[in-house]
Design a protein around this ligand. Sequence first.
Ligand SMILES: Cc1cc2nc3c(=O)[nH]c(=O)nc-3n(C[C@H](O)[C@H](O)[C@H](O)COP(=O)(O)OP(=O)(O)OC[C@H]3O[C@@H](n4cnc5c(N)ncnc54)[C@H](O)[C@@H]3O)c2cc1C
Length: 502
Amino acid sequence: MFTKSLWNTFSKDTKFPSLKTDISVDVAIIGGGITGITTALLLKKAGLKVAVFEAREIGKGTTGHSTGNLYVVTDQLFSPIASKYDVEVLKQVVRSRSEAFQLIKNYVQEYNIDCDYKEQDMFIYEDDKTSKIEKEKKIAGDAGIAVTEMTASHNPNTFPFDFENGIVLQEQATFNPLLYVQELARQAQGNNCSIYENTKVEQIEEGENESLLTTSLGKVVAKYVVHATHSPKGVEIQYHTVLGPYREYGVAVKLEDDSMYPDGIYWGHYNNQKFSIRTYNRNGEKFLLCIGKPHKVGQAEDNEQHIQELVTFLEKRFRISEVSFKWGGQHYKPADYLPYIGRKSDNSNQLIATGFSTDGLIYGTLSAIILSDLISNKKNTFSELFKASRHQPLKAAGEFVKENIDVAKEFIADRFNTEDVEIRDIKPGEAKIIEREGQKAAVYRDTEGEISINSALCTHMGCIVHWNNAENTWDCPCHGSRFDLKGEVIEGPAFKALKKIN
Ligand SMILES: Cc1cc2nc3c(=O)[nH]c(=O)nc-3n(C[C@H](O)[C@H](O)[C@H](O)COP(=O)(O)OP(=O)(O)OC[C@H]3O[C@@H](n4cnc5c(N)ncnc54)[C@H](O)[C@@H]3O)c2cc1C
């Protein structure tokens, strides 16, 4: 199966150069998604010399695989934060998200960004009587968050879904996240801000006053390093142990009847499963999006089935003329409901922004505000609440990595070859993990019959990768690193490609 996000279709070519020489900057930003690009723009405005290094193309990571909804609530709704902390913390979270939301709105206006930004009502509802939403309504009220109750007037003709209970948040928004980030990058580029595409950071060595970054093309000296890579690169046990990596899927369909595309953002809760639905309209061409069916990375038996269930959900409620796009995206759930934004550890000049769940278009923008304030020594009201180093590193990290690197070294290529019966029997388009004398290989036969064999050991911390049959990738169930058919890193904390066997 081949997956491609809707947003890629409407992408404008960015064509930023690759790094050609060694350079020196105040701040090196790794990753050109919404977090990295917004951070670069804010730091440039603060008078610093910055450079963004993007391994692939600007905005085409998770940002270009999201739903493109902007809202002040979070995926968990209100009650988990209010219960774990208190209503005051919930208020702060909503206030911080409102500020980041406003920054996006300001940039859309200031730079006249053609990204189909549209203010919308957001409907959060349930189709059973679990009273989940009833509780959320009460907590929102306690925290002074403006929500109204969904009424019979939302049903049945004006509202496309059955519901028992629901709330409405007004003045939320939808946009095309890829067009937004691509244009923001164009606006940031120049005068002390350089943006490089196809430039992968392969190593970071932090010194007392400066860090040295080794990229695939040149070296970079920087006073500060920002990991805007969605999850921090390298072995960062203190973060990997508190981040749950999930894959979640999206489909975009066309409807038979043009008048049936609903306006608004819909979060429907059906038997404790959330489906997120919205319409995208670009110059009159409309699509209905449905996002959901998450699972832990590398832990689904049949990824394609997850995507099919989204299509089935829509088919039960709309007359579909075409399933136009199917895709997957990654997110990292923080253990304590709040993202980790700030210095990697108290004295480090490496800064991170992670644990956004599926709320990172706003949290990524908020990270940019907090990190740029930290670097330019400005006070930030929210930096303490989201402080990244609120968890202490585990001392055992170094030992753990050493153990796993030793395992990888002992891999013996001779044990796996294309004459092996089990390998020979793999059909075109199929993949399998094969074990010989305690060693595991990730084997794939392409549609032309060509076999590729890589070590099945994730280069991050040595877990065994798992085949993803929807996206044709090898996904690591431990910390979410993902590899393409050549074994190259697509995303996650791993720096290095899977070791090639043939
Ligand atoms: C299905 C889904 C739907 C979502 N919907 C929404 C939504 O509606 N609203 C919302 O607010 N959030 C949503 N999110 C969450 C949101 O998309 C993400 O949190 C956000 O896009 C993260 O942005 P980022 O810039 O931090 O990461 P990314 O966009 O992933 O950018 C990180 C970049 O780093 C680059 N990179 C990685 N390693 C290296 C390296 N070694 N060297 C150089 N570059 C590197 C990658 O190529 C990538 O481009 C959704 C997420 C998913 C999975």
